[in-house]
Design a protein around this ligand. Structure first.
Ligand code: FAD
Ligand code: MLT
Ligand code: ZN
Length: 453
């Protein structure tokens, strides 16, 4: 029996896609930089079908790329060529929110927006948010350990995972969905799967920790003269505003690109090199805390938004960077973490470093100031030309930073993992991969370059 038929026998004819037109949306990544044909796209309906799909693939020696919403930005959610593409999109059930525990069990294929809505309906908050909310799935979010603007206060996806259910490469199912807050019996397999980018197991459900829903929000967009001034503002916010919920930044060229792309007028009257977008959230109005922080930082010029529409208007300037950049070309996206003390030096040097590596390269920089998380977007180099990426990543390490803050290593940065983490740590990672997936079935080439087949 051929592979497609064997998989169709598990998931049904309608959900084993071989037609190139039906496969196409699963085969190219969000940026357009990565992707190749899959042998089959398979869409199981539940954990038992996922397990059977992996058993069939193991028996036939076919590698598998797990996929949720395909919004990942490091090339690991799409085939490299010839794999089975395993879509988790149909595992989208969301259980009842347990109000006493503040937890909910979510299918891997449920979108972040659907989880947010379910939490809100129960008077809770999912606690994680970013622009891909309508498409990205909880399985993908957990597999990447995604962050977003609110990670500053509430942590990355990892902080919301109480437990999870996953299918390992041999088709066995591991499950910790009881929601026990204290359970240290044995190794913490769920913790190992968080951030494993589909290389150690396929997540089928997550026990998610919700947070308190804070009804009162106020945001400020603050033009500042330098990164140093931005860091001073961050310090003032931390000192004066316990309600600080997020603190992002972007630069003037990014702002210009976004307003042009969104065809809106620029709401900022006094242009500046750097803009900080900070939001406070509390049960009672946090405006005084925000105002105290602005005063402490000596800021007298800020756009304040205290209703939903105007707050969303400010956030569209920040979140709109990803789409506006994509519309300008196929970007090389390097999501890095930089110590705050090195941030000014880093942001000043990167455009030159990238342009020296590949003449004509344009660098658009923005990110999550409170986490030292910079999104370096390089426009210009051919999708396969990694000279500018390499030059920037080299500089990241020189600055004492990390090559991946929240998007993951994926295919894009696998070559750099050993430089970043060191031989001993990568050897330990290889040992884990070998133990859980000895045949290298799951997401070959992602995270660990040598696992590629
Ligand atoms: P996919 O893209 O489908 O997959 C991502 C990775 O997870 C792949 O390696 C895949 O193999 C693996 N995977 C997917 N599902 C499973 C599963 N069930 N089990 C095991 N492995 C699985 N990220 C941030 O951290 N912060 C942001 O602010 C942010 N903003 C974004 C904004 C936009 C507009 C876009 C397009 C992306 C953004 N991202 C951000 C990237 C982020 O990684 C994803 O949005 C999200 O984490 C991926 O979810 P997904 O379901 O789309 O996963
Ligand atoms: C963001 O913070 O907007 C994202 O991580 C997406 C990106 O880097 O483009
Ligand atoms: Zn981000």
């Amino acid at each position: 029996m051929d592979l497609r038929q064997a998989l169709a026998n598990v998931v049904g004819e309608r959900h084993a896609l071989e037609d190139p037109e039906l496969r196409a949306p699963y085969e190219r990544d969000w940026t357009g930089r990565f992707g190749a044909p899959a042998t089959v796209v398979v869409r199981p309906a539940n954990t038992a079908e996922v397990a059977e799909v992996l058993r069939v693939c193991g028996d036939l020696g076919t590698t598998v790329v797990p996929q949720g919403g395909n919004t990942g930005l490091v090339g690991a959610s799409v085939p490299r060529g010839g794999e089975v593409l395993l879509s988790l999109a149909r595992l989208d059930t969301i259980g009842e929110v347990d109000e006493a525990l503040g937890q909910v069990t979510v299918g891997a294929g449920a979108t972040l927006a659907a989880l947010q809505a379910a939490c809100r309906a129960a008077g809770k908050d999912a606690g994680l948010d970013f622009a891909a909310r309508d498409s990205c799935t909880i399985g993908g979010v957990v597999a990447c350990d995604a962050g977003g603007a609110r990670a500053l206060r509430l942590g990355t996806a990892r902080a919301h995972v109480v437990g999870l259910e996953a299918v390992l490469a041999d088709g066995s199912v591991v499950s910790r969905l009881q929601g026990l807050m204290k359970d240290n019996a044995g190794y913490d397999l769920p913790a190992l799967l968080v951030g494993s980018e589909g290389t150690l197991g396929v997540i089928t459900a997550v026990r998610w920790r919700t947070t308190a829903l804070l009804g009162s929000r106020v945001a400020a967009l603050v033009p500042v003269a330098s990164v140093t001034a931005a860091a001073e503002l961050l310090a003032a916010l931390r000192a004066e505003a316990p309600s600080l919920d997020s603190c992002d930044f972007f630069l003037d060229d990014g702002l210009e690109l976004v307003v042009a792309y969104q065809q809106r007028s620029n709401p900022v009257r006094d242009r500046a090199p750097v803009y900080v977008l900070a939001e406070c959230a509390a049960r009672t109005d946090p405006t005084d805390e925000l105002a105290a922080a602005l005063e402490r930082a000596g800021i007298d010029d800020a756009l304040i938004a205290d209703d939903t529409t105007s707050r969303e208007g400010l956030w569209r300037l920040r979140e709109g960077h990803t789409e506006a950049i994509n519309a300008a070309g196929v970007p090389h996206k390097l999501d890095v973490g930089i110590p705050l003390a090195q941030l000014e030096r880093f942001l000043e040097a990167v455009p030159t470093i990238a342009a020296e590596a590949v003449p004509g390269t344009r660098a658009i920089l923005f990110g999550h100031l409170g986490d030292g998380n910079v999104h370096v977007n390089l426009l210009g180099p051919d999708p396969n030309d990694e000279r500018a990426d390499d030059a920037v990543l080299e500089f990241v390490l020189e600055c004492g930073g990390t090559i991946s803050a929240e998007h993951g290593v994926g295919i894009a940065k696998a070559r750099w993992l050993e430089r970043a983490r060191g031989e001993a740590e990568v050897a330990a990672m290889r040992a884990v991969k070998q133990a859980l997936d000895p045949a290298g079935l799951l997401n070959p080439g992602a995270v660990l370059v040598e696992a590629r087949v």
